[in-house]
Design a protein around this ligand. Structure first.
Ligand code: IFM
Length: 421
């Protein structure tokens, strides 16, 4: 199961934490992360829930501004917090999988500035020094494409920019930051694994006439990031598309791609839905749009529920990128039912079945962490969107394990997938 710091912690001023770019950025919901799930105070209770749910691993992220409040000054109380959390996880027999960057950027920093890459490398190195003896698996950065798209192209996420050129520059710096963090880990430890978590979506053309745009959008969402991290190059077709829109990508310096591809022990896959593509010269910078099948089942956020596309995605990753181990770092659904969330149970069964199918086809999947342990702050969409296996009543901060949580616990304990009753 997974969570991220800003989505659950609250306590934004506690123990010397500095502001992050999200502290005052409220999206269309108007909600903020000021309290969230009050995890900074209730973390012991939450770890006990994990234990009750029988999982053997927990993916969480560190809030960078707790450790380096202004991006460079160290705050020991922040380090101590995650120290206690990691120790308690290990006592409970739950393996920590730690994400270094899940969008909680110290306010003074900006991913369009190359200097942020080095600040990130310093922060990553400090985390490896502090926790590397107990954390076997690290994820550097979560969902580069989403940060680029929502944070810098559409302005829907912090820092709220709308600039295509700065967006692709930010994405490059995020990839470079990943590579620098890998180098820092390799210089310190050989016994820990490191990977990256990409938001990936398999693409399908709506009709034969849409094949080109389906491939183009695959370049924009998937290949731009996968090729860079796993092959050490940007795909030519997508580079041409970007350059046609924003001009020469001259911020890509000699040696950057070697750094970005410094090595991954695994690739994290965050999967929510496929993209069904249609050409539309009027739309966006690239002349395509995502359409949906009116017959497809949907989550309460309107996202199509397409589990079989997950098998396609995993098989394709193996076919195109070789046998790099795959960790499903996120997969989940916004479903507003509790505690009897029959639809989430069906979602889980369908997606876990799809993962098993891929494994049977020889894809090296090494784990699955569901998104999310509990309902939390869904960024610009606030608290109305519920992804948790545990329900959170925000008025009382009461937690209730949903039926889906019990179903997931049964699978985790048996280490076998059973069809829901
Ligand atoms: O809640 C988010 C998470 O922070 C990043 N991946 C998608 C999730 C659901 O939208």
């Amino acid at each position: 199961m997974g969570t991220s710091a800003f989505q659950i912690e609250g306590a934004l001023d506690a123990d010397g934490r500095g502001p992050s770019i999200w502290d005052r950025f409220a999206g269309e919901s108007g909600d903020t992360g000021a309290v969230a799930c009050d995890h900074y105070n209730r973390w012991r209770e939450h770890l006990d829930l994990l234990s009750q749910l029988g999982v053997n691993a927990y993916r969480f992220s560190i809030a960078w501004p707790r450790l380096f409040p202004d991006g460079s000054r160290r705050e020991q109380r922040g380090f101590d917090h995650y120290d206690r959390l990691i120790d308690r996880l290990l006592e409970l027999g739950v393996t920590p999988i730690v994400t270094l960057y899940h969008w909680c950027l110290p306010q003074p920093l900006d991913w369009t500035e190359r200097d942020t890459v080095e600040r990130f490398a310093e922060y990553a190195a400090a985390c490896f020094d502090a926790y590397g003896d107990r954390v076997p698996r690290w994820i550097t950065i979560n969902e580069h494409w989403i940060v680029m798209l929502l944070g810098y192209q559409l302005g829907l996420h912090a820092p709220g920019r709308r600039d295509h050129r700065r967006a692709v520059e930010a994405a490059h710096n995020l990839l470079l930051a990943h590579g620098r963090a890998v180098q820092e880990l390799r210089a310190r430890r050989r016994d820990a694994q490191v990977g990256i978590a990409f938001a990936l979506a398999p693409h399908y053309p709506e009709s034969d006439a849409d094949r080109d745009v389906a491939w183009g959008s695959d370049g924009y969402v998937n290949r731009w990031f996968l090729d860079a991290a796993l092959k050490g190059s940007y795909p030519d077709d997508m580079r041409e598309r970007w350059e046609a829109v924003v001009g020469p990508l001259d911020f890509v310096r000699d040696g950057d791609l070697e750094t970005i591809a410094a090595g991954n022990d695994f690739v994290g896959v965050n999967y929510y839905a496929r993209r069904l593509m249609r050409a539309n010269p009027e739309r966006g910078p690239f002349g395509w749009e995502v359409v949906s099948d009116p017959e497809a089942p949907r989550t309460d956020a309107g996202t199509e529920i397409t589990p079989l596309a997950l098998t396609d995605l995993l098989v394709r990753l193996r076919d195109d990128y070789g046998d790099v181990p795959i960790l499903i770092t996120e997969n989940g659904a916004c479903i507003d039912e509790a505690p009897h969330d029959e639809r989430r149970i069906r979602f889980l069964y369908g997606h876990l079945w799809a993962v098993l199918d891929a494994i049977e086809q020889g894809v090296p999947v090494i784990g699955y962490t569901h998104w999310s342990l509990m309902d939390n702050f869904e960024w610009a969409l606030g608290y109305a969107q519920r992804f948790g296996l545990v329900h959170v009543d925000y008025a009382t901060q009461r937690r209730t394990i949903k039926d889906s949580g019990r179903y997931y616990a049964g699978i985790a304990r048996a280490n076998a997938l059973e069809a829901p009753a």
